[in-house]
Design a protein around this ligand. Sequence first.
Ligand code: TYD
Length: 210
Amino acid sequence: MSRGIFITMEGPDGSGKSTQIALLKEYLEKEGYDVIITREPGGTKISENIREVILNPDYKEMSSVTEMMLYTSARAQLIAEVIGPAIDSGKAVISDRFVDSSLVYQGMARGLGVEKVLEINKLAIGDYMPDVTFMLDLPAETGIARKKDQKELDRMEQESLDFHRSVAEGYRQMAARFPERIKTIDATLPIEEICGIIKVRVKSLLDARV
Ligand code: TYD
């Protein structure tokens, strides 16, 4: 059985990841893949419970280290229960956020350090690094404004504009660090155009496998 494919979607809050994930799923299914969609933090019973703790706006006292470890724990469980088995059985997995979120939000915006966060995450991830990551780039102000219109803001979204600016900047630095894996796309482009860019990249990934 050949290994499946693992695609992750990243970007600041409100950058339109869910829409693109749904479109990419359709495309991969047409290409004959069994597609599993998952989100972080979450995607398993344990991880969804951890998510409730992490995002609860009441827990303002949460330390950055606690936060990072909780995200990593939710990820470890998702890999063990869902992503790992799916990839091993040849399926395509699309994850709404993955380790780059921790590298950027906790490693950079919270200041814990990218290397440290990556090292700890290696324990959770093992071999399951994404084949390709799409980063939907959006000015921090636009993302948060979009979210505010949709729902009550969670603990992370309630962070200062400066925090969200360093997230957006952190993603740009991450893309420069992993240029082979991370493809940055301007999230202000029309939906169909973004989807077209994603399909071209995924097609070249699929073509390289045959
Ligand atoms: P969610 O509502 O899923 O965000 P979005 O719709 O913006 O994708 O909330 C997840 C929040 O957690 C989001 O603000 C990003 C943050 N996060 C981290 O800080 N570190 C991580 O490792 C992950 C996966 C998410």
